[in-house]
Design a protein around this ligand. Structure first.
Ligand code: HEM
Length: 147
């Protein structure tokens, strides 16, 4: 049994934590829009994947990578911070030890680059650049100055 499952009181405790977490997300005007039109089955899939990643369980992305699952959702760094922060606060409120809460935050942090859309935007910019060699801004400035 995973220590966090024990601290939350087993499967009933985890169920309570999930309910509290998604009630808080739904009540948060900065997060609710992302989840508003998601159907129940997909929301459950999200809960399983999110908690499995948080608690160090197996990857349960239903045939899709984390990046593919969030493609086009335009998830911002701020939204990512809020979802992870809401989970951490929920776990702390339900009595999970601080060290374990910090571990959860760090595990989810590893997925940020795949989930936040800024990663896709910068990849687009790189592939759209056909000018060849990347140029350091200082090199460019020196050329303009006539060096
Ligand atoms: C940090 C770890 C996260 C994990 C491991 C995760 C995992 C997943 C997975 C596996 C799916 C696909 C579900 C399916 O099979 O249909 C999914 C979809 C989705 N995720 Fe996440 N997610 C994370 C963070 C976030 C965040 C921060 C947001 C929003 C702020 C978010 C919003 C959504 C939405 C709206 C969907 C789409 C549901 C649909 O297909 O309609 N996720 N996520």
């Amino acid at each position: 049994m995973h220590p966090i499952y024990d601290e939350l009181g087993g499967s009933d405790g985890v169920r309570t934590a999930v309910t509290v977490l998604y009630n808080r997300i739904a009540a948060d005007p900065e997060l609710a829009p992302w989840f508003a039109d998601v159907d129940v089955e997909r929301l459950k899939a999200h809960q399983r994947a999110f908690l499995s990643a948080a608690f160090g369980g197996p990857q349960v992305f239903s045939g899709r990578t984390a990046g593919e699952a969030h493609e086009g959702l335009e998830i911002t760094d701020a939204a990512f911070d809020r979802v992870v922060g809401t989970l951490m606060t929920t776990l702390a409120d339900l009595g999970v030890a601080n060290e374990a809460v910090v571990v959860v935050g760090a595990r989810l942090e590893d997925l940020r680059a795949d989930i936040v859309s800024a990663g896709l935007v910068s990849a687009d910019l790189v592939s759209a650049d056909t000018s060849g060699e990347p140029r350091h801004p200082l090199v460019e400035a020196a050329e303009l100055a006539g060096d």
